[in-house]
Design a protein around this ligand. Structure first.
Ligand code: G6P
Length: 369
């Protein structure tokens, strides 16, 4: 058992630390050695349909749904194709409109989630083209799809998904960039810049992982929290959702992820000196907006833990605690910003004596409704 865990105390921690390698596995062999092109062998046959798709619908559950949300921001930004992201459990039972040419992307680590499988069967009957983004090779969802890309994260044992999420986001990022390139909605130089950014992710993730001691000491301060709020905007809104999901899955603290701009419409009522607020605030396009959201929390005596860029002295002074991440291109920032949130959830759960690898009531793969 200890051998399987590679010397780590838990699978969750081992899998968090594997991410520089697993992210690389997800793009390796798909980016040309000269860094000038991407080849997604599994999509070659459907690329013409993807390029002219009137709409893309992304389906998934749990963490996979969050990866789908990141893809929505990427695909709409770079490909200019309208995207909807839907819970498979909703999609399968309502009467969704599927038009000719619509493409479905099903995101699933296990490839066995009953709701996702049923949702794609339904969409297939309605004539949609189905693409899978799955981790487990030969699982049920890939067998139902017309095409797909495996995420190659390796076996994930921890029930709370970590490395499978970053692998999904890596593959979806490659897909978005490649569709954009083939569609002509980005030019060669932007394409190469984005590819370069992807190549640099493993090292940036290594830097993010190196902050574990700091994260551990922060976790000691907040382990008795009853509630927690996670805020982010843009590409980092799905990361806020994922950070909150990680915390609730493994520590049983009630946590909500929110788009920071939406805080004033509800969650701000919860803010008092007992509420930890994790704000994902690197210096991107949304930075000033997120900082003003942080000020609103501080003015109400909330405790802010900011995930911020190295050297952001201004924000460091404003918040109670901070975790540094290296600065990166907004499009790849989810892959780096999620790392401290995974570690924070892990350490808080450990402090609370929770079984991080096998949280109560949860299953790794939900093959029944
Ligand atoms: C379960 C797991 C989650 C996972 C979700 C979707 O709830 O505990 O970690 O995100 O199922 O699973 P899938 O295999 O379809 O990604």
């Amino acid at each position: 058992d200890q051998l399987d865990k590679g010397g780590y105390e838990h699978y969750m921690l081992k899998e968090i630390y594997e991410q520089p390698t697993t992210i690389e596995q997800s793009f390796k062999g798909r980016i040309a050695v000269d860094g000038k092109s991407i080849v997604l062998g599994g999509l070659i046959d459907v690329m013409p349909q993807l390029v002219k798709a009137p709409r893309i619908i992304i389906l998934g559950c749990g963490t996979s749904w969050h990866a789908g949300l990141v893809a929505e921001y990427l695909i709409e930004t770079y490909c200019r194709i309208p995207v909807e992201v839907e819970y498979a459990s909703e999609f399968r039972y309502r009467t969704p409109v599927i038009n000719k040419g619509d493409v479905i992307i099903a995101v699933s680590q296990s490839g066995e989630t009953a709701d996702t499988l049923a949702a794609i069967k339904k969409a297939k009957e309605d004539g949609a083209i189905i693409i899978g983004v799955c981790n487990v090779v030969g699982s049920s969802i890939p067998r139902e799809t017309h095409a797909g890309v495996y995420t190659h994260a390796g076996v994930e044992i921890g029930v709370a998904s970590t490395k499978a999420f970053t692998a999904q986001v890596t593959v979806l990022t490659l897909m978005a960039i490649q569709i954009a390139k083939e569609k002509g909605s980005i030019d060669q130089s932007e394409y190469e810049i984005l590819i370069q950014e992807i190549l640099e992710v493993p090292n940036k993730v290594r830097v993010a992982l190196s902050k574990e001691d700091k994260i551990k000491s922060i976790s000691d301060k907040y382990s008795d929290a009853v509630n927690a709020l996670y805020l982010g905007r843009g590409y980092l809104f799905p990361v806020a959702l994922e950070g909150a999901l990680k915390l609730k899955e493994v520590s049983y603290i009630h946590a909500e992820g929110y788009a920071a701009g939406e805080m004033k419409h509800g969650p701000i009522a919860l803010v008092d000196d007992n509420l930890p607020v994790v704000a994902v605030a690197p210096k991107d396009h949304y930075y000033e907006k997120v900082v003003s959201n942080i000020q609103e929390v501080k003015a109400r005596k909330g405790n802010v833990i900011a995930v911020l860029n190295e050297g952001d002295l201004n924000l460091k002074e404003m918040v109670n605690d901070f975790i540094e991440i290296p600065s990166c291109h907004p499009a790849i920032s989810p892959l780096v910003a999620v790392i401290p949130l995974q570690l924070l959830a892990y350490h808080i759960a450990l402090n609370r004596g929770c079984d991080v690898d096998q949280p109560r009531n949860l299953a790794k793969s939900v093959t029944v409704e």
